[in-house]
Design a protein around this ligand. Structure first.
Ligand SMILES: Cc1ncc(COP(=O)(O)O)c(C=O)c1O
Length: 362
């Protein structure tokens, strides 16, 4: 499949780009170019087009604006010690994007096209990949339903768009543990729903719960299963991990994928990395009661969240309708920090990539 390259003829000046890269934040600035492709029911996928970054023009009756038929992804490109650039497990994002598309009745973008688009954009805008430790170029692929009309049915047209945004270190001056609010009032996903898909609607529906967590003085919301409101699922936009026991005999476990959790790529990678480091690693079902009791009797020594954006975020304290508790002294736990360093080392190319996770951008 070919890609047509019509890059921006007036990219941002080197000085202006350097000023942005000095303090990129997250999701605030965008690179000079983007990649798009169009799908129609009758013709399938067009070729990929690399074009200058710019607004989309949509008819007000475009389906996505009414019924939210939309999916997205999130992955990062990392500067390597030799000055090159590499992506972390991009084929996993391609696969998840295709699964999300199927759930939202959108056309699956072939994995090859997904990877080619990411490679082309990072290659074109490689000067935008930050060079400092823990920084990266965040890539945001998305797909929207673009047929015009108000009938509620799967769209006959779709647009794939890939944009890129430099991302600074998530934690400046060291990792900061978060305080979480366990909500029993709202649910993120129910069996048979879209919890496993990365679709915009899931995030729209989460915002009120996030506001209620903030009102409780918490940084993030923890989601429970929709049926019993007991089993722990995820934290905000990240998967959760529990450390059972301490030291070399600790077990590092995460709620199992029931169909209502997002199958995080960081989550999956940590199952492997924890085993590499000699810990027991696996999936569990855990209720809020078991969480509280496990912390009280010392069985649970650490809890942390993981995802592409923030890598690993320790959970320092918990608030809920049935009580509050703290993990240890509320500081980052040693195993969370060890796993974080192991993952960042692989991504930044300072530790060996034993599982072949890094994909060099040509
Ligand atoms: C709801 C949710 N859970 C978990 C994750 C973590 O997934 P990943 O590790 O693939 O970034 C994300 C972020 O993509 C998310 O939005």
């Amino acid at each position: 499949m070919a890609i047509s390259l019509t890059p921006n003829k007036t990219p941002l000046s080197e000085n202006a780009r350097a000023a942005i890269l000095a303090e990129p934040g997250f999701g605030k600035y965008f690179t000079d170019n983007m990649v798009t492709a169009t799908w129609s029911f009758s013709s399938g996928w067009s070729e990929l087009r690399l074009v200058p970054y710019g607004p989309l023009s949509l008819d007000p009756a475009t389906m996505v604006l009414h019924y939210g038929q939309e999916i997205f992804e999130g992955l990062k490109a990392y500067r390597q010690p030799d000055g090159g650039v590499a992506l972390f497990r991009p084929e996993q994002n391609a696969k998840r994007f295709a699964r999300s598309a199927t759930r939202l009745a959108l056309p699956a973008l072939p994995e090859k096209l997904f990877l080619e688009s990411v490679n082309a954009l990072v290659n074109q805008d490689r000067d935008w990949v930050p060079t400092q430790a823990d920084e990266s170029l965040y890539l945001r692929p998305m797909m929207i339903a673009t047929e015009v009309g108000l009938g509620v049915r799967p769209s006959n047209r779709a647009e794939y768009v890939l944009i890129a945004s430099p991302a600074g270190a998530y934690f400046k001056g060291g990792v900061r543990p978060v305080t979480v609010w366990i909500t029993t009032e709202y649910v993120r996903a129910a069996p048979g729903g879209t919890g496993e898909a990365k679709c915009g609607g899931n995030y729209a529906a989460s915002l009120l719960a996030q506001q209620s967590a903030a009102a409780q003085g918490c940084d993030q919301v923890v989601w429970l299963d929709a049926v019993h409101r007991e089993y722990v699922e995820e934290m905000g936009g990240m998967n959760l991990y529990f450390v059972m026991g301490q030291g070399p005999s600790a077990r590092v476990v995460t709620p199992k994928l029931t169909g209502t959790l997002l199958a995080g790529i960081t989550r999956d990678s940590l199952l492997t990395l924890a085993a590499d480091l000699g810990y027991g690693a696996g999936e569990i079902s855990i209720t809020v009661d078991e969480w509280r009791k496990g912390v009280a009797d010392g069985e649970i020594s650490e809890v942390f969240a993981c995802g592409t954006a923030a890598v690993i975020t320790p959970v320092g304290a918990v608030k809920s309708g049935t009580g509050d508790w703290t993990h240890g002294s509320g500081e980052s736990g040693p195993i969370a920090l060890q796993l974080r360093a192991a993952l960042l080392g692989i991504q930044g190319g300072t530790l060996p990539d034993e599982h072949g996770w890094m994909a060099r951008v040509s």
